[in-house]
Design a protein around this ligand. Structure first.
Ligand code: P6P
Length: 334
């Protein structure tokens, strides 16, 4: 495959599809540069005094890790001066972050989980950054939380950086999914996979099985069948993976198929799941669908959900299309 840079890809996409105006290209390049900085901080580990917990909690009531805060700051500072954004929102901040008056404002809204998989940071397991891009409503003057509450189908771009053995950037602007590997010597993102597609079938599933006693019947039935293997109704054996880092699990699924599940369960029937719609489920669902997969909350397409809150949670079943359709079907009959 011809190795091209992220910049060349974005310019070629603009020529081909006219879907990446210069402001959006600037936004994507600024975010990708911030992810390089985050990767650099993450890779220092104990040498950079970036490990361990901060003394604060985020809006989710979770103890923040130092790197959660560092990564959030990196994204805020990288994006606020460029004139491409009207506002930002983050898992780590209760309310949205308007662009300071000293900077020009643009027409895009950027949402992100600055460092996903934080429980893995201190034990050197893969983590990542997830981001979602929306257009600000026409004629918007002063941004409000309501302006962010757009269905996932309205995203104009979505992506993640995965900080693993390689640092990679996975991006969609609505015409397929492309992967870039960070060339640390050159400091540039180089395309290493073009138009990636997820196999419609799989023999691998991802769920936190320690919650099995709390699962509702449709999930119980689906996983039981997988566990019965060749002798069971599925007629084949399945493998299980759970990295407890959505970015890492999704990246594996994007590359070799699989189904990722974080369902609602009986621990808190009012809580529709753990993952957040706006800056985890929506961007990942767009990427998965653009790669030929599917993403549902058990009842409907995640991208069709009309948000009601910036930090609302949603149940997530995403990955190989035929498996997501099967488990979603069980929610209609079980
Ligand atoms: P559990 C990380 O905290 C995260 O938000 C996702 O990245 C990951 O898939 C999930 O939570 C792990 O949750 O309950 O298995 O620790």
């Amino acid at each position: 495959m011809k190795r091209i840079s992220l910049t060349q890809h974005l310019i070629e996409e603009q020529r081909l599809h006219n879907t990446i105006p210069s402001e959006l290209r600037l936004l994507i390049e600024v975010v990708s540069r911030a992810c390089k900085t985050i990767s650099h901080s993450v890779s220092k580990g104990a040498l950079g005094d970036v490990l361990g917990a901060a003394s604060t909690e985020n809006v989710q009531g979770e103890i923040q890790k130092k790197l959660d805060i560092i990564s959030n700051e990196i994204l805020l500072q990288a994006n606020e001066w460029g004139g491409h954004l009207a506002a930002m929102a983050s898992e780590e901040m209760e309310s949205f972050h308007p662009i300071p008056n000293r900077y020009p404002k643009g027409e895009y809204l950027l949402l992100f989980d600055p460092l996903d998989g934080s429980s893995n940071i201190d034990v050197n397991v893969t983590i990542g950054t997830i981001f979602s891009v929306l257009k600000a409503p026409e004629g918007m003057q002063e941004p409000s939380e309501q302006d962010f509450l757009q269905a996932g189908t309205k995203q104009v771009a979505a992506g993640y950086a995965v900080y693993g053995p390689q640092t990679m950037l996975v991006l969609t602007t609505g015409n397929g999914v492309n992967c870039f590997t960070l060339d640390r010597e050159m400091g540039s993102w180089v395309m290493t996979q073009r138009d990636i597609k997820i196999p419609a079938d799989t023999a691998e599933y991802a769920i936190n099985a320690s919650n099995a006693r709390h699962w509702f019947p449709p999930v119980r039935r689906y996983v039981d069948e997988l566990e019965q293997g060749k002798a069971g109704p599925r007629g084949k054996n399945f493998n299980m993976r759970w990295i407890a880092s959505m970015v890492a699990d999704v990246h594996r699924i994007l590359n070799r198929g699989g189904i990722f599940m974080y369902p609602a369960d009986a621990r808190d029937p009012d809580k529709p799941g753990k993952l957040r719609l706006m800056y985890e489920a929506n961007p990942m669902s767009l990427i998965i669908e653009q790669a030929g997969g599917a993403a549902s909350d058990g009842h409907q397409r995640i991208l069709s959900i009309q948000p009601t809150g910036l930090h609302q949670r949603v149940a997530v079943f995403l990955g190989s299309k035929n498996e997501v359709e099967r488990v979603t079907g069980y929610h209609q009959v079980t």
